[in-house]
Design a protein around this ligand. Structure first.
Ligand code: ADP
Ligand code: ADP
Length: 226
């Protein structure tokens, strides 16, 4: 369970996130909606530890949230186009290699074997050696998800992960995110500006307006209103 209490992040006079409190459950995919400028990216960056909030606390279960427990999937995947899918996943994973792995004698070969298993899990079996620059948009986003999972996060965040994809491809990427969040019992939070795409997979919706939380509801309640 991820608990955000009274979070605030200002840029000069702009309150990008204002007095925000919310609890997210493991195993649920929460969809974060709001217009451009509402504060979605800022909230995700605070959760990932990329921004230090001006006020408030973020806890995971009973301790302070550690940024090594959080993985973020970016809009365009933010992949190295000239490297293979496998190299992208390993680079991403090794960037935050926890020290305990070395203590337990984990080496690159274990990471590689695990990465190849992940490619199957995200529907990219056989793609390990393909150059990322040659993949379709949807395939790149799957590599981005595999890379995030390689960190073994407990919290999976995605900032507009389907913005550059056609609706059908976007839907399949959202389905994959929902599946991994449920199967691996992660806290999942995905920002979207086309929330209708998320209807088949969302467990919960959060809505932001000028940094404030204006909606926090189970998907069933929100979908029935439409
Ligand atoms: P969203 O992701 O919903 O589009 P953002 O979190 O990017 O919203 O932005 C929220 C507000 O904070 C906006 O008014 C934006 O202009 C402002 N903002 C975001 N990042 C910065 C920054 N690095 N410097 C100044 N203002 C920022
Ligand atoms: P999308 O519409 O999802 O972006 P694309 O038309 O880009 O899909 O790609 C369709 C298929 O062709 C994908 O399987 C992709 O991996 C493959 N592909 C695209 N460009 C290349 C390339 N330069 N070399 C090899 N395969 C490619």
């Amino acid at each position: 369970m991820l608990t955000v209490t009274d979070l605030e992040k200002r840029y000069g006079d702009t309150r990008a996130v204002s007095s925000l409190s919310v609890t997210l459950e493991a195993g649920e995919l929460t969809v974060l909606v709001g217009r451009s400028g509402a504060g979605k990216t800022t909230l995700l960056r605070c959760l990932d530890g990329l921004e230090g909030p001006d006020r408030g606390t973020i806890t995971l279960d009973d301790g302070p949230l550690d940024s090594t427990d959080v993985a973020l999937v970016f809009q365009e995947g933010a992949l190295l186009e000239r490297k293979s899918a496998l190299e992208n996943v390993l680079d991403g994973g090794l960037g935050r290699e926890p020290a305990w792995r070395e203590l337990l004698g984990w080496h690159a070969t274990d990471a590689k074997r695990q990465a190849i298993e992940r490619f199957h899990a995200v529907g990219l079996g056989g793609y390990a050696d393909r150059r990322v620059g040659d993949l379709s948009g949807g395939e790149k986003q799957r590599v981005g998800i595999a890379r995030a999972l390689q960190q073994e996060p407990r919290v999976l965040l995605a900032d507009e992960p389907v913005a550059s994809l056609d609706p059908e491809t976007g839907r399949t990427v959202l389905e994959l995110l929902a599946e991994v969040v449920r199967e691996e019992s992660l806290v999942g939070l995905v920002s979207l500006h086309q929330p209708t795409l998320a209807r088949p997979v969302a467990d919960r919706y959060l809505g932001l307006e000028r940094g404030r939380l204006v909606l926090d509801a189970p998907a069933g309640d929100v979908d029935e209103d439409r």
